[in-house]
Ligand binder design. Structure first.
Ligand code: AMP
Ligand code: MG
Length: 406
């Protein structure tokens, strides 16, 4: 039996490659870039005016000239006009290409306009200004060909804007894994069915399916009966078709818990079986010859749910470049727990006035007490090596709510 930390390390040492695919830029939010994005031209691509005002020759201004004839108006989106001579200035707008022969822009706030006959003139009411003032020089941010966004970066609105400006309408992104969710157990019937007295409805696979759907991870659900031959045949085809498999049930010590045996026969190498924790002790994890992971969670609903949240989710998100930040919460009542196991305590959380997460234990009746999940909203990890966990200490916190990642 291995520790919680060892189990996490073994899982996290798996670095899968799920390949890549192309998506439209407008559909790329939340994906991870699978290519470098470089500048197709200089940033900015021309000497760009950053204030509405006038463009003129710095030399004239520097020598003391403050009154200029207005030559014409140049708007953004027009090719650059040329200054006739240094006695002129060009009225120019933000976003325009700087007029030829100009190397200074003075904003309207520092100008006064006046007429002389039919000639519109301008007076600058500013003592000093440096050359290139109010001009965003061509290539001053980046040169053509330089790296803008490296492969592996998460795409947010900022990356979309940058890719739009360099003309990437189709983007190469990392593929997400296609996940098979496999529940096992002859006692289980479908959600829509009415169970006989000795049966129960499947809930584990449905909860996993709902979580993966929320995270937009492609998935498909299967249910297999507790029959060794059938398990082997079905799991073989599932392993062919999917990138990874999440299982619930069939990994404990029961007479119908065939999975470890079947997985071994299918050449899925066991990386661990059994973790020193409660709930979820029988957790089994392995990888096959072509690097496909199998997470086989114990069937008790809280165990499946805890292992999915604590082990699978952070690993999945890490490999999709969406690391889940580790949080801590402050235990509010003493908790006594004797076995030398890591204990994932169900808690109800509240944010304190100081902004901390306060954790109130919701003990429930063990790993089969599904109803207790609704009273709690997170797991608090109480590490082994203690019998009494004192109130007001901080522990690792695993919220059930993963919507911020969706
Ligand atoms: P197992 O890990 O197969 O020994 O199952 C442990 C307990 O969890 C049994 O009481 C099962 O009925 C229950 N269980 C197993 N799979 C599921 C499931 N998909 N949904 C709800 N309960 C389950
Ligand atoms: Mg079972």
């Amino acid at each position: 039996m291995i520790s919680v930390e060892e189990a996490k390390n073994i899982i996290n040492s798996q670095k899968p490659n799920w390949g890549d695919r192309k998506v439209l830029l407008a559909e790329s939010m939340g994906e991870v870039l699978a290519e470098d994005i470089s500048a197709d031209r200089d940033f900015p691509p021309f000497d760009r005016v950053t204030m509405d005002g006038i463009a003129l020759s710095y030399e004239s201004f520097h020598q003391g000239q403050r009154e200029f004839k207005v030559q014409e108006i140049q708007l953004a989106g027009e090719p650059a006009v040329a200054l006739k001579n240094p006695d002129y200035a060009i009225e120019i707008m933000t976003g325009a290409m700087l007029s030829k022969g100009c190397d200074l822009v003075i904003r309207y706030e520092d100008l006064e306009f006046f007429e002389e006959g039919n000639q519109k003139n301008v007076r600058i009411i500013l003592d000093s200004a440096e050359r290139w003032k109010n001009v965003h020089k061509q290539g001053s941010d980046l040169g053509a060909g330089e790296l803008l966004i490296p492969e592996g970066q998460l795409i947010t609105a900022a990356e979309v804007a940058i890719m739009a400006t360099v003309g990437c309408d189709v983007v190469k992104v990392q593929s997400k894994p296609n996940v098979a969710i496999v529940s096992t157990g002859d006692e289980l019937v479908d959600v829509r069915e009415k169970p006989l007295p000795h049966q129960i409805r499947k809930s584990n696979a449905v909860a996993i399916e709902a979580s993966l759907n929320q995270l937009r991870i492609p998935n498909k659900r299967f249910h297999l009966v507790d029959d060794k031959k059938e398990l082997k045949e079905k799991i073989r085809t599932i392993l062919d078709e999917f990138d990874l498999v999440l299982m619930s049930g069939g990994v404990s010590k029961g007479k119908a818990d065939y999975l470890p045996e079947v997985l071994e026969e299918l050449k899925v190498e066991k990386l661990f079986h059994r973790v020193a924790q409660r709930p979820g002790k029988p957790f089994w994890f392995g990888v096959n010859e072509v690097g496909k992971q199998v997470f086989a969670f114990p069937g008790n609903p809280i165990s499946t749910y805890m292992c999915f949240r604590v082990y699978f989710m952070p690993w999945l998100m890490k490999n999709l470049k969406r690391e889940i930040p580790m949080k801590v919460a402050i235990l509010q009542e003493d908790v006594s727990f004797k076995p030398d196991l890591g204990y994932f305590l169900q808690i109800r959380s509240e944010i304190s006035v100081q902004g901390h997460i306060d954790a109130f234990p919701e003990m429930g009746n063990g790993s089969g007490d599904l109803a207790n999940l609704a009273k709690s909203d997170a797991f608090l990890y109480l590490p082994p090596g203690q019998n009494l966990y004192k109130a007001r200490k901080s522990y690792e916190y695993y919220s059930f709510d993963i919507s911020s990642l969706a």
